[in-house]
Write a protein that binds this ligand. Sequence first.
Ligand code: NAI
Ligand code: MG
Length: 515
Amino acid sequence: MKTKLATRKVAANRAVVKAAAHTAAVVPLKSRALNFGGKWDYAPALEDFKHIQIAPRHELFINGQFLAPHSGQYFPSINPATEQTLTEIAAADETDVNNAVQAARNAYENVWSKLPARERGKYLYRIARIIQEKSRELAVLETMDGGKPIKESRDFDLPMVAAHFFYYAGWADKLQYAFPGKTPRPLGVAGQIIPWNFPLLMAAWKIAPALAGGNTVVLKPAETTSLTALRLAQILQEAELPPGVVNIVTGAGATGAALVNHPGVDKLAFTGSTEVGKRIAGACAGTKKKLTLELGGKAANILFEDAPIDQAIEGIINGIYFNQGHVCCAGSRLFVQEGIYKTVIKKLRDRIETLRVGNPLDKNTDIGAINSRAQLDKIRKLVQSGVDEGGELVQSRCALPSKGYWYAPSFLTNVTMSHRVAQEEIFGPVLSVMTFRTPEEAFERANNTPYGLSAGVWTDKGSKIFKLVNKLRAGVVWANTYNKFDPTSPFGGYKESGFGREGGLQGLAAYCQVD
Ligand code: NAI
Ligand code: MG
């Protein structure tokens, strides 16, 4: 296939001005069946969402009940693909957070920690099964509130959400086998703050092991994506989970900070930006609070000449464009061995041109909406800095809808290790491509970042994989694949990507006193 891509070695501003103009290219969302110039047309295949009920207002979930916020304040949650307001969400202040922590304490002391472990397991199984029953509805809500393609929320997020509840349900009455020779005890009340990139999945990663370990929870979802957490609250009611075992307080950073600073919280778990993570670590220093942090990443995909290139390109594409690049372990840096550089660049160009960007509710959509205007601005700014520093921007010419927040899949060549785009988390569908000659050079370059969450190695040789895995300072290394997850497998970072692990036994240990 011959493609004409916009390769722009631009006098600085032009690339992003063009990218911005691009964003404004008018293709109405409803009538757009595809977006790559009529090459391979797909008919629209919209997921049905008309039966999905979204209440005009969402309250806080405290002590098993939905309650209006103390301040009377609400904020809108919008659909980033249409900019339409879906509902308004209660803004919890310190009083509400205090009430939620009290409810969690009460439930911990009087109910949850006294229940036989097998009973805790039964609740978790029940929750997992109800999530499975409602998975299509939850997937549609996740897509509408956050902008991710339905094929991801339906085929990745929701199955993983249920799998995490099932997995930790299984451990609830087997803690002494999880930690042989030890007497695992719960920590108490867990405060949990989650981001907007995998809203329900992050809630599951945090709630399921906490409850299995015998703890109670106050969860704060991200302000742009609270809907599915609040739908989960309804599921908890349906499962007859005792009141106060899980409380959900919605709001922005101030609500999170109130939870972080509450003296009644025994354990804090945070996933989000390194900046906020550092602030939380500071606030917890010198307190009794146990802390786990899952922060950003700047993962390297290392592509050797002997790799099956087409398979590798698919994995690399998935690694960076999956979920609009809103993934902490996104493979946002690609290191290509010099001998195959030209071939790889050509294949990447061809492939990004065929990615379908647009209505996230369309089952054929590969790349949905950027989660918020603020995130879109951040992506544009960082790409601009890459161009200013001498990078060459290659961007798909796909048309983008007129409303909503969109960014065409892009990559930058001519990038050096010192460029901001090679060091900072972009959290968007933008790949920075660099080269290497020897395996030593590959891992040295890959490790040259403040982060250390994940990495990928593509080669035909098992020996090379083992060599690199031992040298890469990353919590997860995928070999000849990318972005594969399983509840049994621990996930977490080195260096500024945070500390502590989620998933697997390590994720359970983070919610137990094991001695
Ligand atoms: P953020 O770190 O501000 O938000 C994450 C969560 O923390 C949200 O629930 C937010 O309300 C809460 N929060 C904000 N300020 C807080 C505070 N002072 N105390 C307690 N909680 C607080 O991330 P943001 O601003 O949404 O995204 C900025 C960048 O962070 C992104 O561009 C991306 O690079 C990175 N990020 C990384 C994520 C990851 O999975 N590691 C997830 C989300 C963002
Ligand atoms: Mg939203």
